[in-house]
Ligand binder design. Structure first.
Ligand code: 13P
Ligand code: SF4
Length: 329
């Protein structure tokens, strides 16, 4: 969190240096009022901003305190000391933060920030899958509601799914709700995976032809894909992993030219830190993530809402499924 002394010394012009390669100076100037207000409000309200890697650069580099993929945000949410968590992400992430740190006030800047995966499945769907596949444990992607997590045995993210499935030591699992993530993970584990017809509305739009065309236009490019992409797309990529895995890959391997087959802002945020690398930027936007504007974050801090609560009837079993995941990885 920003301290009073840091706040007093906050220098908008100096902060520009971190985003100079991805945000024009004239645009940065337009963000100054909101960014300075958010820095002040965080101190006044004892708040921290947890931001997913898909935030736009002015949010990610301008106001976020803790940044990461779904797994990192869950782990960090549990450790937050401040009284208020502003979750610059989507609804299931805010619910997860509330489940892991229930005494904190958790704010989601725009309640409409949903997720096509979370909306694709209900606890009743899980009950039916259990009936159809007796004995198979239910591994649930964190991109789901608390009620769906509560009906599950264990959660996973794209960053730990292989470890979670392997840890179960079984031949068959029910892995929901992302059919593509499930198929991509099945290919890596050799475990039989029963799934559900959910998909991410951002990643399902990528095609193998997109990658072929990127390679034709940028010879030598390294292609990294998110495992929510269809398996035929992942097969064309050089590496597949969560948003944090992709970031680590770029940092470790320093590919001269790289294409991230995922949500657009991810490339902008990493490109800001690696001006020497070429980023090819196929652009599919997540409309839910993009609702976390500076204006919406500022308003959430000013008004103390919208606040996320979890139905007490599902909180304990949902938390158990998340805790089991965090114990494995
Ligand atoms: P990760 O950041 O965990 O890779 O998830 C991507 C995503 O789509 C989150 O909504
Ligand atoms: Fe959901 Fe896809 Fe948006 Fe992530 S990118 S929040 S999985 S719709």
């Amino acid at each position: 969190m920003v301290s009073i002394s840091e706040l007093q010394s906050y220098d908008h012009a100096a902060a520009y240096e971190t985003v100079r390669h991805v945000i024009p100076e004239v645009e940065w100037a337009m963000y100054a009022d909101d960014i300075e207000a958010i820095q002040r409000l965080k101190v006044e309200h004892d708040a921290v901003i947890l931001a997913h890697n898909y935030m736009t650069p002015e949010v990610f580099h301008g106001v976020a305190d803790i940044k990461g993929d779904s797994l990192a945000l869950a782990r960090e949410a549990e450790k937050v000391d401040a009284g208020t968590i502003v979750l610059a992400g989507v609804h299931f992430m805010a619910e997860t933060a509330k489940l892991l740190n229930p005494s904190k006030r958790v704010l989601l800047p725009d309640l409409r920030s949903g997720c096509s995966l979370a909306e694709s499945i209900t606890p009743e769907d899980i009950a039916q899958l259990r009936k159809d596949h007796p004995g198979a444990p239910v591994v649930t992607y964190v991109n789901t509601s608390a009620a769906v997590k509560a009906a599950s045995d264990i959660c996973c993210t794209s960053g730990n799914a292989v470890k979670i499935i392997t840890s179960l030591g079984v031949d068959k699992v029910i892995m929901i709700p992302d059919q593509y993530l499930a198929k991509n993970i099945a290919a890596l584990t050799g475990v039989e995976v029963v799934t559900h017809p959910g998909a991410c509305e951002v990643h399902e739009r990528f095609t193998p032809l997109d990658i072929v065309q990127i390679r034709q236009g940028h010879p030598g490019v390294t292609v990294l894909a998110h495992p929510e992409c269809p398996p035929e797309v992942v097969a064309e990529a050089d590496f597949a992993g969560s948003t944090a895995d992709m970031q680590r890959y770029v940092e470790d391997e320093q590919p001269a030219s790289v294409a991230l087959i995922t949500e657009c802002s991810m490339s902008d945020n990493i490109a800001a830190q690696h001006p020497d690398l070429e980023f090819v930027r196929p652009c599919n936007l997540c409309p839910h993530m993009k609702r976390n504007t500076l204006g919406a974050i500022r308003k959430a801090l000013e008004t103390g809402g919208p606040e996320i609560e979890v139905d007490p009837s599902v909180a304990a079993p949902a938390r158990r499924a998340i805790d089991r995941m965090l114990e494995v990885h």
